[in-house]
Ligand binder design. Structure first.
Ligand code: C5P
Length: 232
């Protein structure tokens, strides 16, 4: 898969997400479905959006013992999503088990990417609550390498980290990056942001964009602007 813009569909109901997607009459954006929508509507919402012709990143961030994650992934593989994810903190055994569960009998599987340290975790909370004392940038890179060595396809990271992750883990290791804003747009609650064009220049493979598209006066125009800046 090549460079693409993934629209974070952070809606709380089927009605809200489908009426948003109805606006896209001449294109089918790659859609991210997160916990809120999935827990509200269940797997049927994934099937319905897939049936409309969208690619799907199912963002459920699994983290449990290897056997449980393997079984959960073997259920998710039947939803025919394109990308799904887990926490690298579950360790190598969990990530390998997840890959096994996700792989269909014919050998195909969705792409599997890892969350490293959440961007809501900072150095202080990591040291205090998790008793991890290395510099947070090093921790993120170590998790990325551990994910790559377990056989995963990439990580979720800040676009600011994409270049470094590619240097350490190889250019084929995917970087999927939220925290994207237009140069003239609202930053909102995101702290470290980058424009789609800058994310392209630094080498992100996918950008995940939510409110700059979902809350825009003209979401289709905002989506197309993102695609023009990032993909073309
Ligand atoms: O609306 P906005 O563009 O900020 O949405 C970004 C999306 O990416 C949200 O779904 C958010 O949960 C997700 N995300 C993020 N930062 C991370 C991981 C995921 O913003 N570190």
């Amino acid at each position: 898969m090549g460079k693409d813009v993934i629209v974070a569909c952070d809606f709380s109901s089927k009605e809200a997400v489908l009426s948003f997607l109805d606006k896209f009459t001449d294109c089918k954006p790659f859609v991210k479905i997160g916990m809120e929508l999935y827990y509200a509507e269940g797997p049927e919402i994934v099937r319905e959006i897939k049936a409309r012709g969208h690619k799907i990143f199912l963002d459920l961030k699994l983290h449990d013992i290897p056997n449980t994650v393997k079984k959960a992934m073997s259920v998710l593989r039947n939803l025919d999503v394109d990308i799904t994810n887990l926490h690298a903190a579950g360790t190598t055994a969990m990530m390998k088990a997840a890959l096994e569960g996700l792989t269909r009998p014919d050998g195909t599987r969705p792409l599997l990417i890892a969350v490293t340290q959440l961007t809501s975790t900072d150095q202080e909370s990591m040291e205090r609550d998790l008793m991890i004392h290395a510099p947070i940038d090093e921790v993120v890179m170590h998790y990325a390498e551990t994910a790559r060595n377990a056989g995963l396809d990439g990580i979720v990271c800040s676009p600011l980290e994409s270049g470094k992750v590619h240097d350490r883990c190889g250019k084929d290791f995917l970087t999927v990056t939220p925290g994207v804003r237009f140069a003239d747009g609202d930053v909102g609650d995101q702290k470290r942001v980058m424009t789609p064009a800058a994310a392209k220049a630094i080498g992100s493979d996918y950008i995940v964009v939510g409110r700059p598209i979902t809350a825009a006066a003209d979401p289709v125009a905002a989506y197309k602007r993102c695609v023009a800046e990032f993909c073309d």
